[in-house]
Design a binder for this molecule. Structure first.
Ligand SMILES: [Zn+2]
Ligand SMILES: [Zn+2]
Length: 118
């Protein structure tokens, strides 16, 4: 498994990685987590073959053995039940503010502004 701290999830259109703060994607939960490997449904970025790729706290992710894998994979309750994924929670204010102010994201902002105006 590659080291990753910040990436982009094109399925859910959001930033992911353990440097990205987030909220548990379970609709009844607002626990602060991060979007890293310790929280992703499916046990790998984007969810792998079995997971939805959303992010959950320890309470809302449970290791399950699935048809696609002989090893137990941490999954959310929707994936365990074979249902449609939950609606992802929006980015935290902390993250949105950080992206708007940090130098790290200056290039990213320019890129998106150029894209929007072209
Ligand atoms: Zn899931
Ligand atoms: Zn939760």
């Amino acid at each position: 498994m590659m080291y990753w701290s910040i990436g982009y999830d094109e399925r859910w259109n959001r930033d992911i990685g353990f440097d990205v703060p987030g909220c548990c994607d379970h609709p009844d939960c607002n626990k602060d987590i991060n979007r890293g490997m310790d929280h992703v449904c499916g046990g790998e970025p984007y969810g792998g073959e079995s997971g939805c790729g959303l992010y959950f706290c320890d309470q809302h992710r449970e290791a399950k053995v699935t048809a696609a894998s002989e090893e137990a994979i941490p999954l959310c309750s929707q994936c365990t039940a074979g249902k449609e994924p939950f609606t992802p929670t929006p980015d935290t204010e902390e993250w949105v503010n950080y992206k708007q102010t940090s130098n790290y994201w200056a290039g990213w902002r320019t890129y998106h502004e150029n894209k929007a105006s072209s």
